[in-house]
Design a protein. Structure first.
Length: 150
């Protein structure tokens, strides 16, 4: 395993541990914050649309949304245009939690970037944004270099 993969994995796992400890009062874990953030940003999104948006398998999305629905963060309704599809809406509780999620994420960003110069922070932001776009392109099949591989 390359150091890049190892290091990004460690940053991700440490961030999850940090966020989970901070979300204790909300009753959610670090894996559920992206659901709340994205449902609040896209009220009425389908479960399948959310799956594509956050790059999580549909069965995991359904499971996490079920837990969030039980806890009162979201509600799901049948799509009037397609009864097989569920639309996901945030509740007041989700919008209230969103403020804390944003605060905790900003706090983690500041902590993880502490000690870097402004120039280093800018370079890190640009590089990780490029890598994220590349990764999404590979998964979405939009990367021409991967065509024909399989």
């Amino acid at each position: 395993m390359s150091d890049f993969i190892k290091n990004t994995g460690q940053i991700w796992r440490c961030g999850n541990l940090y966020r989970t400890s901070k979300y204790e009062s909300l009753g959610i874990g670090s894996y559920q914050d992206s659901y709340i953030v994205n449902v609040c940003a896209h009220p009425g999104i389908t479960q399948e649309g959310l799956s594509r948006l956050i790059f999580v398998h549909k069965s995991n999305v359904a499971r996490q949304l079920g837990l969030l629905e039980e806890k009162g963060f979201i509600r799901r309704e049948s799509d009037p245009q397609d009864k097989r599809s569920l639309l996901v809406y945030p509740t007041y509780k989700a919008f209230a939690a969103l403020k804390e999620i944003e605060r905790v994420n900003a706090e983690w960003d500041a902590l993880i970037l502490e000690g870097l110069s402004e120039e280093e922070k800018e370079v890190a932001e640009k590089l990780t944004a490029r890598l994220a776009e590349r990764a999404k392109g590979l998964i979405d099949g939009n990367d021409k270099k991967t065509e024909g591989r399989g």
